[in-house]
Ligand binder design. Structure first.
Ligand code: TYM
Length: 333
């Protein structure tokens, strides 16, 4: 059976981008067609300045939202990355496989590093090595497919390179995975700045729809989305990024085709209204189920995570042991 792995890092509240680019497909498609593992990848949240209490809170919330969105622990494995040692154990071997040059070329490292330096912060070494830990997340589980938004493509390409290089040097240990993306909305853009990605850690957040925003707030954010000069509703990422973003969001919510939808609208106002309605309705059940889970005090979520970590550890251990043996390390005992 095909193996699928993906993750979300708890650096902020989950967004519509996370939902349309990743989580929704995990729920609707991936958990039904493969042996799928989904992780709150908490170690990745420590690569930038962080508040321990906030990371703890956001990790719980991300797990609860994954279940509220419809991940079913009877069908897939949901766990927290730091509960499964195999990820960091393997990461070191992959650091010995990757090169300094290929990590410095990673777009996210360049962008986030530049942002941190501009804010007068130092750049953590883990921000540079982060894609190697991500590769370990994927390779530890013998993953065939990695369902992600478009922004993760370069990281999955690196993972493929590392798997191939490792296998070539030391013998076949790792499956070489590939990224999969949703057909639309693989890159949801910020509603206030449609040339940059809707990212959970971007402040102040007026252009970001959070999954837990109330319907009024969601509606306001969509209605205030920056559109383009002119008035024609066009599906064209270069020339009409704001309108194109709304068309993609609407298409993803309603199951339509963004280029065809463009032809159905005469004004930006109508497009915004329909998009706002569609987003509010799409997120309503997720918010409601999340409220139910939260009212149980988190007991159910904790139990799912405990069982998930046990299964994920058992799955990953033999492969990581094989990698340790393959590079020449003596087996313990
Ligand atoms: P993260 O936490 O930034 O995002 C989680 C998932 O949401 C997708 N996504 C988006 N998709 C469309 N439009 C957007 N605006 C948008 N923003 C986020 C991301 O592509 C991702 O699929 N490095 C990863 C986490 C990670 C991981 C892994 C993923 C760590 N290890 C192993 C897959 C496999 C990240 O930062 O995702």
């Amino acid at each position: 059976m095909k193996r699928i792995f993906s993750g979300i890092k708890p650096t902020g509240h989950l967004t519509l981008g996370n939902y349309l680019g990743a989580l929704r497909r995990w729920v609707e498609v991936d958990q039904h067609r493969a042996d799928a593992l989904f992780s709150v990848v908490d170690l990745h949240a420590l690569t930038v300045e962080h508040d321990p209490a906030r990371v703890r809170r956001l990790s719980r919330q991300a797990a609860a939202l994954m279940l509220a969105a419809g991940l079913d622990p009877e069908r897939c494995t949901v766990f927290v990355q730091s509960h499964v040692d195999a990820h960091t154990r393997l990461s070191y071997l992959l650091e010995c496989t990757a090169t300094d040059g290929e990590l410095r070329r990673m777009i996210q490292y360049k962008e986030k590093g530049t942002r941190a330096r501009a804010a007068g912060q130092s750049v953590r070494l883990s921000l540079l090595t982060y894609p190697v830990l991500m590769a370990a997340d994927i390779l530890a589980h013998g993953t065939d497919e990695v369902p992600v938004g478009e922004d993760q493509t370069q990281h999955v390409e690196l993972t493929r390179d590392l798997a191939l290089r490792f296998n070539q040097r030391y013998g076949h240990v790792f499956t070489v995975p590939r990224a999969t993306h949703p057909p639309v909305a693989a890159r949801v853009m910020d509603l206030q700045d449609p040339t940059s990605k809707m990212g959970k850690s971007h402040e102040p957040g007026n252009g970001i729809v959070y999954l837990l925003d109330d319907p009024d707030t969601t509606r306001k954010k969509v209605m205030r989305a920056v559109t383009d000069s002119g008035s024609e509703v066009r599906y064209d990422r270069e020339e009409s990024p704001g309108v194109t973003n709304l068309l993609e969001i609407l298409a993803a919510c309603s199951g339509g085709d963004p280029a065809e939808l463009a032809g159905a609208y005469r004004s930006y106002g109508d497009l915004k209204r329909d998009t706002a309605d569609a987003v509010v309705e799409l997120l309503r059940p997720v918010r409601e189920r999340h409220a139910e889970l939260a009212s149980d005090g988190g007991g159910y979520v904790d139990e799912v995570l405990r069982a998930g970590a046990e299964r994920a550890s058992a799955l990953a251990r033999p492969r990581v042991d094989a990698a340790y043996a393959a590079v020449g390390l003596l087996p313990a005992g």
